[in-house]
Design a protein around this ligand. Structure first.
Ligand SMILES: [Ca+2]
Ligand SMILES: [Ca+2]
Ligand SMILES: [Ca+2]
Length: 376
């Protein structure tokens, strides 16, 4: 009598076997012992149910051989799956690492631009001369930098006047008297800009001593003086003093492996890192020369539009500061690490040419910001 192979359709069913005296009855068995209900033997003689006995022990021995084979097959399959997962992990690692770095680059650009835009929008106003509100140091070979003068109402908060009348200051003295009750002790050490009554002359100062009883302030020249075009002897009596923050933005390339966009508030704490892996900042200035409310933009040859520094060989020396309306700013961020399988380069932007080939991937973000406090 031959044993029939496992039939999945009866897995778990009770065993049915033939007795020795009834060879015409087929015998089958549960292929997996652990999944079958307790097996018994039904003895059939072709006429019906005769009795119930125990399963022969040789079925158990057969199942043991089958289980070992299945185990080996399962182990082999498991190994294949593990090798597959490992291979996928190994090949995916660089992709995920690159995506992380690109995401980091995007975030650095966003963080950098947000604060830059916020500061630019607050520059000027309160009688601060347009020529001093935004000062750009342009480069055609590296990163540009710029300085903003932002009125700071936190130094002597209202109801103290934010545009402080100057009672006496002859322009060459090292002290001035302000209008009664306008000074405050927290002015000490801060920066301000004094402007003549006609608005044509100005100078930055850094306050070194305040006497609030008679509103007298002593000072030294500002941290980077922007002084009177008419000379320091101009008469500032009847002019104004505005307390401000003098904010500098630069790209620090001191560590070539980690270029950083920095912001210096000139408060003695030094330049602070604002966004990492920003390797370039390019700026152009929009002057509405014809006062039509539009900043024309062509950028094919030098001086063919109302943007300065957007292409090479341009200067803003002849521009009227009062025409300045907007700043176009481009930041370029790069990945933290080089990808040796990748060939890239710092792209040409505005008046700066492209850089050499390297393995960094880069992101470029540009925005045009209107200077709210100028031209209004
Ligand atoms: Ca430039
Ligand atoms: Ca125009
Ligand atoms: Ca131009």
């Amino acid at each position: 009598m031959t044993r029939q192979g496992p039939d999945p359709s009866i897995r778990g069913a009770c065993c049915v076997v033939a007795s020795g005296s009834h060879p015409h009855v087929l015998r089958s068995y549960a292929p997996v012992r652990s999944l079958a209900p307790p097996c018994t033997r039904r003895l059939l003689d072709g006429q019906g149910f005769q009795g119930v006995g125990s399963l022969p022990t040789d079925y158990g021995q057969g199942e043991k051989g089958s289980t070992l084979s299945e185990l080996l097959v399962a182990m082999a399959l498991g190994l294949i799956v593990l090798v597959g997962i490992y291979s996928f992990y190994i090949t995916s690692m660089p992709v995920y690492a690159l995506q992380d770095q690109l995401l980091e680059t995007q975030q650095n650009l966003r963080i950098g631009l947000e604060l830059v835009v916020e500061d630019i929008q607050r520059a000027g106003g309160n009688g601060i001369p347009a020529a001093t509100a935004v000062s750009v140091t342009n480069s055609s070979t590296g990163a540009d930098s710029f300085r903003l003068l932002i009125p700071d109402s936190t130094i002597c908060p209202p109801p103290k006047p934010q545009v402080i009348p100057i009672v006496t200051y002859n322009g060459s003295a090292a002290n001035m008297f302000l209008s009664g009750g306008s000074s405050c002790s927290t002015m000490d050490g801060k920066v301000g800009i004094a402007v003549t009554a006609d608005g044509l002359n100005y100078r930055t100062i850094q306050i070194t001593q305040v006497t609030t009883t008679n509103d007298k302030v002593n000072f030294s020249p500002g941290l980077s003086p922007m002084n009177s075009p008419g000379g320091l002897g101009a008469d500032y009596t009847g002019g104004t003093l505005v307390l401000l923050r003098q904010v500098d933005y630069t790209v620090d390339l001191t560590d070539p492996t980690k270029p950083v966009l920095k912001r210096d508030l000139n408060d003695g704490s030094g330049a602070q890192s604002l966004a990492n892996y920003i390797e370039d900042m390019q700026i152009s200035l929009g002057y509405d020369r014809n006062s039509d409310g539009i900043l024309s933009e062509t950028g094919s040859v030098a001086n063919d539009d109302e943007w300065v520094f957007n292409i090479s060989s341009e200067s803003n020396a002849g521009e009227a500061p009062t025409n300045l309306r907007a700043i176009d700013i481009v930041l370029i961020g790069r990945t933290r690490l080089q990808d040796l399988r990748f060939k890239g380069a710092l792209p040409a932007v505005m008046d700066r040419g492209a850089g050499g080939t390297d393995g960094y991937r880069r992101k470029v973000r540009e925005t045009k910001v209107q200077i709210r406090n100028l031209g209004v």
